[in-house]
Write a protein that binds this ligand. Sequence first.
Ligand code: COA
Length: 159
Amino acid sequence: MNIAVYPGSFDPITYGHLDIIARASEIFDRVIVAVSINPGKNPLFSLEERAEMISRECANLKKVTVECFRGLLIEFVREKKASTIIRGLRAISDFEYEFQMALMNKKLYPEAETVFLVASPEFSYLSSSIVKEIASFGGDVSGLVSRHVAVKLQEKYRG
Ligand code: COA
């Protein structure tokens, strides 16, 4: 069985992430969306809140499951017996960081390959931060995230 892990902070999940997840689920036998901690980021949603939102959005994708992890990505990949790490590439600016991460993960765990899926053009400008910024000023985020996620964002910023 070809198991792939799609890691990220997903704070929150956007239509851009969902595009990658849906396409990955066409390629692999199983896709584990791994919600994780990026030490360089200060998240708006807890890991559990992020996982709940993703599970809801992926409920119709039978090959997709959602899990949280707190340590090194490659330890999670090893534990899940996955052979592939999926990353989405939006623009050239993503490349340097992704290149470094892919090489470091390969050095730490050579058994896994990183596979890049190029983001669909309509989502190539999207990021969780830009969605949060728009929501924080009361802007319209429909078309960028689901209605459920938009409501969760509203609740956070109203609260
Ligand atoms: N559509 C829309 N947005 C996308 C996207 C897509 N297809 N692909 C990425 N993004 C956005 C994300 O929303 C995120 O936006 P933000 O910076 O505004 O939050 C940004 O691009 C990149 O984030 P993401 O893909 O979620 O990755 P990340 O950089 O937050 O997380 C981890 C990287 C979690 C995978 C990495 O930190 C990790 O592996 N952590 C575990 C510790 C570890 O193993 N470290 C060693 C790594 S070598």
